[in-house]
Write a protein that binds this ligand. Structure first.
Ligand SMILES: CCCCC/C=C\C/C=C\C/C=C\C/C=C\CCCC(=O)SCCNC(=O)CCNC(=O)[C@H](O)C(C)(C)COP(=O)(O)OP(=O)(O)OC[C@H]1O[C@@H](n2cnc3c(N)ncnc32)[C@H](O)[C@@H]1OP(=O)(O)O
Length: 166
């Protein structure tokens, strides 16, 4: 079995049912959004909350854009990865086809935010999803919508796995 095949085998198991409140597994150890072994990563940790996924997350100095403010691309990365956790609940792999983010207020380095994402509708292979990033005082600092398109696991096999070792 190649490294890529071994990875895909472990990944398929992550689509088993997850009980409400359960911590959800990283997509893989080097995932930019959630992998624990990626030194550049966000190490997002998400859990199931009913039909949604939620996370408590803070950005650090690696993610700065304007001084003190998180780079918008870093915010988009974390939201995109949150949607990736939602796929465990949907039960099928999918990839981001379209991602929009409304940046409503500065996201601050070293401040903890609550993320929540859910599926709003599904049409054939298209999953329409939405997410929010909320400050501790309840202010919404970013909202997002995205379109994911379901793919077979073979999609990832076709793309190869040049530097992923688990
Ligand atoms: C061997 C290595 C293994 C590694 C894998 C291990 C682990 C995997 C880990 C994670 C993977 C999954 C998620 C979790 C991870 C992180 C979360 C972040 C997710 C990402 O970071 S993921 C990367 C970025 N992402 C891409 O890399 C996608 C590139 N792209 C494509 O690969 C193709 O583009 C594809 C496959 C998407 C579609 O291609 P296609 O040819 O299969 O399908 P087509 O284009 O026909 O669209 C189908 C239907 O969607 C409709 N449609 C299209 N666009 C629309 C839009 N904007 N709005 C509304 N509807 C739209 C069409 O209208 C049609 O609808 P209809 O069927 O009704 O006509």
């Amino acid at each position: 079995m190649t490294d890529a095949e071994a990875l895909l085998a472990t990944w398929e198991q992550k689509f088993r049912p997850h009980p409400d409140g359960a911590d959800l597994p990283a997509h893989h150890n080097h995932c930019l959004g959630c992998g624990p072994d990626n030194p550049h990563g966000h190490r997002l940790q998400a859990r199931r909350h009913g039909d949604s996924v939620v996370a408590s997350h803070s950005f650090d100095g690696r993610h700065v854009g304007a001084p003190g403010i998180v780079h918008g691309g870093a915010v988009a990365t974390v939201i995109d990865d949150l949607y990736g956790f939602l796929l465990y609940l949907v039960g099928t792999p999918a990839v981001t086809r379209r991602l929009t983010v409304d940046y409503l207020a500065p996201v601050l380095i070293g401040t903890t935010y609550r993320l929540e994402g859910s599926v709003t509708s599904r049409e054939g292979r298209k999953l329409f999803v939405a997410a929010s990033l909320t400050a501790s005082d309840g202010r919404s600092v970013a909202t997002s919508t995205a379109v994911f398109v379901t793919v077979g696991v073979d999609h990832f096999g076709r793309c190869g796995a040049p530097s992923v070792d688990d």
